[in-house]
Design a protein around this ligand. Structure first.
Ligand code: PNW
Length: 441
């Protein structure tokens, strides 16, 4: 950790991209402006008991109105790139049919604004705000959603393709399937393993169908997918714990990695699912296996798994989410990807960060734990680079505090503090540290 505190961007390979990330629903607000249709998160927020603080995304960081100020903030950090997502219901309010000009115009202005400030736009097409109309027809369980997604991806790529060089199809399909249809923590809040696995397959299919659409409308750009990968360590060497960790790894990681990179679903996961395993039609795995130019990895923590489930080891440092701080897990994960997948494309860390109970005092936020988190994880990343992993970039999650899904505004992940009462943005110590790391101060 001592060495980690002296890291600067010059310790990384030439051309390595550093950025910050956000997503549409978490920051934009303006949920019923300019013809935007309702998304599953608008619906979910209105159901009682779903969001810890009873909040919703109607205002969020008001980024839809404050985007210019926010672009200045991004530029002031000295980053190379900004990862944001496009809200599907701003483009197609019901998930199909003609595109709304006003919606496309917003992301067009954002793109131009970034380029004018010398910041590369990295677009994510789906960060969970599915048009409600598509959910009413079954959501990702309905194969038609995958086709609708590919069409929408083509519309966005056509509009931004002359300027945006990097597209991710989906953000974290594990969250949009398992966490949303099986664990019930995210929209649409279901608890059904069969539906969750069908949704996972539908999402992967949507990804595979979208890749050629994006390539067709934005030739020469980089196309990929973003996975949240969580290493699963057995809590002891007891065979039952080892087996439990292996299956947890199957559900968390291999369920997505194997079809994308190996053209097959993990046998053990499907065997454990029995009759709940999804229907895979002929040709689906070929579609899903479409070659990508990069894979985005979101890393926050690991799981320590026993027969009884997951638990954070006693005395382990944790963030405000209760997630263990375990930077070595990032190195281990990346090296394992290189070892296990011969067809692994270049990697980007598309999210990494931590929530802490920040306090604004005299115009400052002394978030030393977040600074340490970023430093140790960047150190872990360098270890992976030195081990020969082809890594191209790193995006800190997040630019600013925002709507943290089931936790509402209670959890703060930003490098920039948001005072929601006034919408004032204040650079935390972590933002000041990132500026220095990037050579901006
Ligand atoms: C990711 N889990 O979400 C998302 O991509 C971000 O939008 C989010 O703000 C960030 O990580 C922090 O949570 C996750 O329960 C949400 O395992 C929940 C889980 C994982 C990722």
């Amino acid at each position: 950790a001592e060495a980690a505190s002296r890291l600067t961007r010059r310790d990384f390979p030439q051309g390595f991209t550093f950025g910050v990330a956000t997503s549409s629903f978490q920051i934009e607000g303006a949920t019923s402006e300019d013809g935007r249709g309702p998304s599953i998160w608008d619906t979910f927020c209105r159901e009682t008991g779903r969001i810890r603080d009873g909040s919703n995304g109607d205002v969020a960081c008001d980024h839809y109105h404050r985007w210019e100020e926010d672009l200045d903030l991004i530029a002031s950090l000295g980053v190379d790139a900004y990862r944001f997502s496009v809200a599907w219901p701003r483009i197609q309010p019901t998930g199909s049919g003609p595109a709304l000009t006003a919606g496309l115009d917003f992301y067009d202005r954002l793109t131009d604004g970034l380029m004018a400030r010398g910041v590369e736009p990295h677009v994510t097409l789906y960060h969970w705000d599915l048009p409600q109309t598509l959910q009413d027809a079954g959501g990702w369980v309905n194969r038609d959603t995958a086709h609708r997604f590919a069409e929408y991806a083509g519309i966005v790529a056509e509009r931004l393709g002359d300027r945006v060089r990097s597209y991710a199809t989906l953000n974290e399909p594990w969250c949009s399937s398992i966490l949303s249809y099986m664990i019930g923590e995210h929209a649409p809040g279901l608890r059904d393993r069969r539906l969750a696995l069908a949704a996972a397959h539908g999402l992967l299919l949507g990804h595979g169908l979208a890749v050629p659409e994006i390539r067709c409308h934005a030739p020469g750009s980089q196309v990929g997918i973003v996975l949240n990968l969580t290493p699963q360590t057995p809590r002891s060497e007891a065979p039952a714990d080892v087996q439990a960790a292996r299956l947890a790894d199957g559900m968390a990681n291999r369920l997505f990695l194997d079809p994308l990179l190996r053209g097959e679903y993990p046998q053990d996961v499907f065997a454990a699912a029995g009759d709940d395993a999804p229907v895979v039609e002929p040709g689906d795995l070929e579609t899903i296996g479409a070659a990508c130019d990069f894979m985005g990895v979101n890393y926050y923590s690991r799981g320590v798994v026993g027969e009884q489930g997951s638990a954070v080891p006693e005395d382990a440092p944790v963030t405000d989410m209760g997630w263990e701080v375990y930077p070595q897990g990032l190195t281990e994960l990346l090296v394992r990807l290189k070892t296990d997948y011969a067809n692994l494309p270049p990697l980007m860390i598309t999210e990494n960060g931590s929530a802490y109970a920040d306090r604004l005092e005299n115009g400052a936020v002394h978030d030393s734990e977040r600074v340490a988190y970023l430093q140790t994880h960047l150190g872990a990343l360098l270890d992976a680079v030195q081990a020969g992993v082809d890594l191209r970039g790193y995006f800190a999650w997040s630019l600013m505090d925002n709507f943290e899904w089931a936790w509402g505004y209670e959890k703060r992940f930003g490098l920039v503090y948001v005072d929601y009462a006034t919408q004032e943005r204040v650079l935390k110590d972590s933002a000041l540290w990132y500026q220095a790391f990037l050579g901006k101060r």
